[in-house]
Design a protein around this ligand. Structure first.
Ligand code: TMP
Length: 220
């Protein structure tokens, strides 16, 4: 793969989408061709899966069905969008990827599905492909959920299936992400997201610079 794959992760309302937009614009200005995308919903079929997964009753899927649907979305995303773009040398920035499944379906839901099964699913879908960098935006769920509900108020279809699960679920997700970062120090960086958009953008640029300067790319 010639391109670079950066994923953004975090709980509800952590500000991923604004930060991805700013990073993408910044990279374009600096001469790095990139696309932004998201999970679920990065492909045409994925958009249908997104509606199924994010709208409706919290208990409408059992843990295995829900996880398989996220992995179906991920496989289509990789084969139809991420890998072809990277093969053309593009940077791909994704709003969520496989760490979301570990944070939400594993840690969030009190480990209703085993890590062993999650790892097998990952291998089937992605092989040994991994993000080059994962930026985890850390925020207290009380703060993030407030932001997230304000955004949902403006949506026609309310994509709030996960937001509406209790605070314990969201605290588990936050702690889950911190554990993922601890287990993958080479790949993951945790940033405090309780900052202004501009401050956080600067932190992200610093991380991208540190990771890639003098390595794969002469960025700055
Ligand atoms: P978002 O794109 O607005 O962040 O919404 C995606 C929602 O889907 C969010 O609540 C997290 C959830 N999700 C999972 O539970 N597992 C996954 O694997 C992914 C990609 C997302």
């Amino acid at each position: 793969m010639k391109g670079v794959f950066i994923t953004f992760e975090g709980g509800e309302g952590s500000g991923k989408s604004s930060q991805i937009r700013l990073l993408s614009e910044y990279l374009k200005r600096t001469g790095f061709d990139n696309i932004t995308t998201r999970e679920p919903g990065g492909t045409d079929i994925g958009k249908e899966l997104r509606k199924m997964l994010l709208i409706g009753d919290t208990e409408k899927f059992d843990a295995v069905s829900e996880t398989l649907l996220f992995y179906t979305d991920r496989r289509l995303h990789l084969t139809n969008k991420i890998w072809p773009a990277m093969a053309r040398g593009k940077w791909v920035i994704s709003d969520r990827f496989a760490d979301s499944t570990i944070a939400y379906q594993y840690y969030g839901h009190g480990k209703r599905i085993s890590m062993e099964d999650l790892e097998s699913m990952y291998r089937i879908v992605a092989g040994d492909f991994k993000p080059d960098l994962t930026i985890i935006l850390d925020i207290a769920p009380e703060v993030g959920l407030k932001r997230s509900y304000a955004k949902a108020d403006t949506m026609v279809d309310k994509e709030t299936r996960f937001e509406s699960i209790g605070l314990e679920f969201h605290n588990n997700i936050r702690n889950g992400y911190l554990q993922i970062a601890k287990n993958n120090p080479e790949r993951c960086v945790v940033l405090d997201a309780d900052k202004t958009i501009e401050e956080l953008h600067k932190d992200i640029i610093r991380v991208v610079e540190e990771r890639f300067v003098g390595k794969q790319l002469d960025l700055f």
